[in-house]
Design a protein around this ligand. Structure first.
Ligand code: ADP
Ligand code: MG
Length: 393
C-alpha cells in the first residue's frame, strides 16, 4: 500500500488518534522549546476543521515503563491549549476504562490528550494487547511523529494492525518528502557536513551517502579519528582506535569516487574542558599530547565556509565542537551562519544540532529543519523506518 496522508483519509467527524512527537526538551518541569508542538499544528488544525474527535498520543522522556509525575504531559496539554485557543482534555492514563469513557464522550472538534505512553512498559515492547487497547479508542490512525518513526513501539508499529484506515500527518509527509528529494534529485554540488561526538554513530551515514554527494566536510570529535587515519596528530583528543581502519577505507573509497573530503586543518584546543579554559591553536602537525581539540580552528572555518558558498544542496548534522561552552562554539556558529546565508537547498537536523541552531536564533533560516534526531540519522544511514513500513503495509 502506498503511504496515504491525512487529507486522503475519511476522518470527517470521526474519532482520530494521532501519534504525535511531543517529546520536547524539559527543564525543571517547564518546556524549553515548543518547536515540535508547533510543527504538528497543521495536522491538528486540519483534523479539527474536519470536525474530527481528536485523540493525541505521545511519549515524553524516558520514564522506563513507570509513572513518573515529572514526565506527565500536563504542561504540554496546557501549551497546546493556548496554541489552539481551545480546551485540551488531559486523560489520566493512555489506556483503561476511564480513558475509554473520555474518548467515547468526545464531541466533534474536541481534543483529548492521552497521558505519557511510556508510563507503560508495553509501549516500548511493541506489545499487541497494549496497541489494541490504544486502537480501541479511535476509528482512524494517523502518525505525525517523525521523531519517533524509527522506533519499533506499540503506538507506532503494532497499533496499525487494528485500523482499516492508517496514514501520515503533514509533518511526517513533509519530512519524508524533503529527504526523498535530497536522495533522488538534490541540486549539485551536494555538500554533506557532519560533526558530533562519535564516528561510530555517523560512519554509516558517510557510507550510505558516498554515491550521492560531491563533498563531505567533517568536523567535531568524529573528525579526529579520520585525521589519525591519515597520519595526522590530534594530541589527546578523542579517537576511536577501532574505527581508524574503517575511516581509512572510507577515505579511499571517497577518493575513488571523486568525492572531496574536507577535514579540519586547525583546531581550538585546551588542556581541560571547562569554562574559561586557556585556548591554544594547533594544526595536524603541531598538535601536542596533553591537549584536547574542542572546536575547529579559523583556517578550517574559512575552508568550510567557502565550500558552503558554492554548494547547491547542503545537509548538515552534528556540531563542529563542544558548542555547549560559549568559548568553544565559534566554529559551529560560523558554519550554522554560513549555511543560513546560503541560497542552496539546506536541510539541518540532529538533536544537538537543533539545540545549537536554536541557541543562535537561526531555526527559521534553513529550507528545512528536521524535527527528528535519531530518526533522521537512521534514515540517512539507509536504515528502514519501522513506523513508515507499518503505515505502508
Ligand atoms: P546530533 O545530536 O546533532 O546528531 P551528536 O549527538 O552526534 O549530534 O553530537 C553532539 C555532541 O558532540 C555535542 O554534545 C558536542 O559537545 C559533541 N562534540 C562536538 N565536538 C566535540 C569535541 N571536539 N570534543 C568532544 N565533544 C564534541
Ligand atoms: Mg545528539
Amino acid at each position: 500500500m502506498p503511504l496515504r496522508c491525512i487529507d486522503e483519509l475519511p476522518i470527517e467527524r470521526k474519532k482520530v488518534l494521532i501519534r504525535v512527537d511531543f517529546n520536547v526538551p524539559m527543564e525543571d518541569g517547564s518546556i524549553k522549546d515548543i518547536t515540535r508542538i508547533k510543527a504538528t499544528m497543521p495536522t491538528i488544525n486540519y483534523a479539527l476543521q474536519k470536525k474530527a474527535k481528536l485523540i493525541l498520543a505521545s511519549h515524553l522522556g524516558r520514564p522506563k515503563g513507570k509513572v513518573v509525575p515529572e514526565l506527565s504531559l500536563r504542561p504540554i496539554s496546557e501549551v497546546l491549549s493556548k496554541l489552539l485557543g481551545r480546551k485540551v482534555i488531559l486523560a489520566p492514563n493512555c489506556v483503561g476504562p476511564e480513558v475509554q469513557k473520555l474518548a467515547q464522550e468526545l464531541r466533534e472538534g474536541e481534543v483529548l490528550m492521552l497521558e505519557n505512553l511510556r508510563f507503560h512498559p508495553e509501549e516500548e515492547k511493541n506489545d499487541l494487547q497494549f496497541a489494541k487497547a490504544l486502537a480501541e479508542l479511535a476509528e482512524v490512525y494517523i502518525n505525525d511523529a517523525f521523531g519517533a518513526i524509527h522506533r519499533n513501539h506499540a503506538s507506532i508499529v503494532a497499533i496499525t494492525n487494528f485500523f482499516e484506515h492508517v496514514g501520515c500527518g503533514f509533518l511526517l509527509k513533509k519530512e519524508l518528502d524533503i529527504l526523498d528529494k535530497i536522495f533522488s534529485s538534490a541540486p549539485r554540488p551536494f555538500l554533506l557536513i557532519l560533526g558530533g561526538a562519535k564516528v561510530s554513530d555517523k560512519m554509516d551515514i558517510i557510507k550510505n551517502l558516498l554515491d550521492k554527494v560531491d563533498a563531505i566536510a567533517i568536523g567535531g570529535a568524529m573528525s579526529y579519528t579520520f585525521i589519525k587515519a591519515l597520519g595526522g596528530q590530534v594530541g589527546s583528543s578523542p579517537v576511536e582506535e577501532d574505527k581508524i581502519e574503517e575511516a581509512r577505507e572510507v577515505l579511499h573509497k571517497a577518493g575513488e569516487r571523486g568525492v572531496k573530503i574536507l577535514l579540519p586543518l586547525d583546531h581550538v584546543a585546551v588542556r581541560e574542558v571547562k569554562k574559561e579554559a586557556e585556548k591554544e591553536y594547533f594544526d595536524n602537525t603541531t598538535f601536542p599530547e596533553g591537549y584536547k581539540a574542542v572546536d575547529i580552528g579559523p583556517k578550517t572555518v574559512e575552508v568550510f565556509v567557502k565550500m558552503i558558498s558554492t554548494a547547491k544542496t547542503i545537509l548538515w548534522n552534528g556540531p563542529m565542537g563542544i558548542f555547549e561552552y560559549e568559548d568553544f562554539a565559534q566554529g559551529t556558529r560560523a558554519i550554522a551562519e554560513a549555511i543560513s546565508r546560503s541560497e542552496a537547498l539546506t536541510v539541518v537536523g540532529g538533536g544537538d544540532t537543533l539545540n545549537a541552531v536554536n541557541l543562535w536564533g537561526l531555526a527559521e533560516r534553513f529550507t528545512h529543519l528536521s524535527t527528528g534526531g535519531g530518526a533522521l540519522v537512521e534514515y540517512l544511514k539507509g536504515k528502514s523506518l519501522p513506523g513508515l513500513m507499518a503505515l505502508e503495509r
